[in-house]
Design a protein around this ligand. Sequence first.
Ligand SMILES: [Zn+2]
Length: 57
Amino acid sequence: MIFKNLFMEHCPKCKKVLETKHSKPFKSIVIKLCPENHYQKEFHPALETYIETYKVS
Ligand SMILES: [Zn+2]
């Protein structure tokens, strides 16, 4: 169950709690973002999947 993981997730790099945002053009998409920009996770409820992005600086 994906939605259980929507809350209180942490960045794999700095362990900060990810911020939650909603994509403007696609309101159903939930974006979880590290405050330091290390990591991003997009939830696509319609597709029942998510996309993880690791930002390498
Ligand atoms: Zn981070």
